[in-house]
Design a protein around this ligand. Structure first.
Ligand code: OGA
Ligand code: MN
Length: 296
């Protein structure tokens, strides 16, 4: 069989969310296959691959077709607790012994920040390109991941709002996103690590050239704007960008791999029974430049 990529929902979302078939991505790819997947990503922003029983090594090898991997160091885990390797972000509710974390566990509470719309690593100077999330253990219900098309969100703004957004620079930090869920229990060292970085509000995709809104719950300020005005403005934009018509909600099956382009989408997790294990492994392909370095 050969690789084929189709829209997940050709009727209501023909240009956002693709499903791949006819390919085993746990095995090495040809350059042509990798290029076809990248083309699919440029078109659909999010791609689903079913039935890919990855090991971490295989997931890393697949991910490296698209660039260098980010180090998974932004969580609060101390190294003793770390369950997975340095390039695998632990998107689970499990401790080092694979037990479900207690309700009050600090890492669990911090990770509830993923329930807010965001783009991965927007708080890094050079933010992420792709995230690749592999479902190893899923809860019996709930726990969907939702994706919003930030290109469509940009395109559908009125001209006045587009003009207002153009050239604006936001500050992104995990301190802002966690403050929104009332998590403020940071050490001085963490506050230093989470110092805000600047990103353009309107970004241009490095390969397609398409513009999109670069929003995330990590964005907490706009340079030159009073903070309450900036937050109210950003909140309105997030509300616009996450209308259901721009959103694909992924209902996970074991061994799904979902790849999203952080340069053109936002995503968030949905709730599930916190006493059940949910074990997802994420690799993250680093971007090549800060959005500040791109032409306006
Ligand atoms: C992530 C993320 C959402 C989820 O892996 O970056 O936000 O549903 N995950 O686990
Ligand atoms: Mn995320």
């Amino acid at each position: 069989m050969t690789l084929s990529i189709r829209p997940i929902d050709p009727v209501s979302r023909p240009f956002f969310g693709g499903i791949a078939s006819g390919i085993d991505i746990t095995k090495p790819l040809t350059r042509e296959q990798a290029a076809e997947i990248e083309k699919g990503m440029d078109q659909y922003g999010v791609m689903v691959f079913n039935d890919q029983p990855f090991t971490d090594e295989e997931q890393m090898a697949f991910s490296r077709n698209f660039g260098e991997l980010e180090l998974a160091t932004n969580n609060l885990r101390d190294s003793k607790e770390q369950r997975l390797g340095a390039h695998i972000a632990d998107i689970s509710n499990l401790d080092a012994n694979n037990n479900v974390l207690a309700r009050e566990n600090r890492r669990r509470l911090f990770s509830l920040g993923t329930r807010l719309w965001h783009s991965d690593s927007s708080f890094k100077v050079v933010p992420a390109k792709y995230s690749l999330l592999s479902a190893r253990v899923i809860p019996s219900k709930g726990g969907n991941t939702e994706f919003a098309d930030m290109r469509a969100a940009y395109d559908s703004l009125d001209d006045e709002t587009k003009a207002e957004c153009e050239g604006l620079i936001c500050e992104h930090s995990q301190l802002y996103s966690r403050a929104q869920i009332g998590f403020g229990d940071f050490t001085d060292e963490e506050r230093k690590i989470f110092a805000p970085v600047q990103q353009r509000l309107v970004r241009r995709h490095p390969s397609t050239g398409r513009k999109s809104l670069y929003l995330a719950s990590h964005a907490g300020a706009i340079l030159g704007w009073p903070v309450p005005e900036a937050r109210a403005f950003l909140r309105d934009l997030v509300e616009h960008a996450t209308q259901r018509k721009y959103v694909y909600s992924h209902q996970w099956k074991k061994f799904d791999l979902v790849v999203w382009d952080n340069q053109a989408t936002m995503h968030r997790s949905r709730p599930f029974d916190a006493t059940e294990p949910r074990d997802m492994h994420r690799t993250t392909v680093a971007g090549l430049a800060s959005t500040m370095a791109q032409a306006a």
